[in-house]
Design a protein around this ligand. Structure first.
Ligand code: CP3
Length: 314
């Protein structure tokens, strides 16, 4: 298996940085859009054979160094009776439950474990499992209270334990909106719940990456949780961040997705500058600072992956 990602997560020396992209399995790929044209998003996510096929698309077509499970941070809401889907042009829709329910996590989300098991049979790169941060999930559920944050956290821990048992090689927690909170709210609504998850998963030894938009404001707090890695957006230069994050914690990022969209010469210049600025640094994973946008030309992504790969030494 190509284990560059796992070695970079451990801050071991690597011949070149591994590269994968947030939202790489999604809408920028015509092959994804073709599959999606005939089915709802929920159907794709909930059918292990299809979800596994979509997870592999970017690896097979473009050669990223890691696969991220094709799913969504909002599937956990099904445990509480919410139904989710994404209708074209209408954005996210979580349907309120008719009655208060609390379903069994492993049973409700067994399709995720099945997808992981299918993928692990023949995937040649590490598989990243994921969940949403409780704060971010609670905002989509419109339930941001201590009681709900606690319930979402407990369900999330069980959900991640299930993913680890099914075979994922690493975990990423997307607390996308937490970085936008003011310091007091960040320390009460986001951080304690992230800590519970990281602490609960630590005994499994699984590498855990934390991602929040705007996380450069909360480096000290996030470092205090002792995650394996922190994923950053483009608010600060990566080589500056390397100095602020202790050497045993890997860092991931942070090309602006708007740059990946093109023009190509600007992308080439920025990617080169980011890569050069991190030369010789341990624990660096090349990624975007947020998700690939749907209008991104596939050719730009192909160029980027190839560019990172030709820098391999020895
Ligand atoms: O990264 C991947 O390619 C793997 C799968 C993945 C999806 N969503 C698939 C998806 C991952 C890791 C996510 C994470 C996610 N989902 C986040 C955190 C990361 C971030 O971008 O901040 C959040 C906040 C969500 C919630 C969500 N899901 C929104 C707001 C939307 C609608 C807007 C959008 O981005 O498309 C989704 C839908 C969604 N999730 C799609 C995909 C491929 C598009 C569904 C479709 O085809 O209509």
């Amino acid at each position: 298996m190509n284990d560059l990602l796992l070695r970079a997560l451990k801050c071991e020396p690597v011949p070149r940085p591994p590269i994968w992209l947030h939202r790489q399995a999604g809408r920028f790929l015509p092959q994804y859009r073709a599959i999606r044209a005939d089915h709802s998003f929920r159907h794709l996510v909930g059918t292990p054979e299809i979800a596994a096929q979509i997870t592999k698309l970017p690896i097979d077509l473009l050669g990223m160094d890691a696969a991220i499970l094709f799913s969504d941070i909002l599937v956990i809401a099904e445990v509480f009776g919410f139904a989710f889907d994404f209708s074209d042009g209408k954005g996210v829709r979580l349907k309120e439950p008719e009655a208060e329910v609390r379903r069994d996590v492993r049973e409700t989300l067994s399709y995720v474990a099945e997808t992981i098991q299918l993928l692990k049979k023949d995937l040649a790169v590490p598989l990243i499992g994921f969940c949403g941060g409780p704060y971010t999930v609670s905002t989509y559920m419109r339930r941001t209270t201590p009681e709900w944050l606690e319930m979402i956290t407990t369900a999330t821990i069980e959900y991640l334990q299930m993913q680890v048992e099914a075979g994922v090689d690493a975990i990423q927690i997307f607390d996308s909106w937490a970085g936008k909170l003011d310091p007091l709210d960040f320390s009460t609504l986001a951080l304690p719940y992230l800590k519970k998850i990281v602490d609960a998963l630590r005994p499994t030894g699984i590498p855990i990456t934390l991602f929040c938009r705007g996380s450069t404001r909360y480096i000290k707090e996030l470092v205090s949780l002792e995650p394996t890695a922190l994923s950053f957006d483009w608010e600060k230069e990566m080589h500056e961040l390397r100095k602020e994050v202790p050497a045993h914690i890997a860092i991931q990022g942070n090309l602006d997705p708007a740059i990946l969209k093109g023009p190509l010469d600007v992308l080439q210049e920025k990617a080169k500058s980011l890569l050069c600025s991190m030369q010789g640094e341990r624990g660096f994973i090349f990624n975007l600072g947020h998700g690939v946008v749907p209008e991104t030309p596939v050719e730009n992504v192909r160029w980027l992956i190839e560019y990172i790969k030709v820098t391999e030494k020895g």
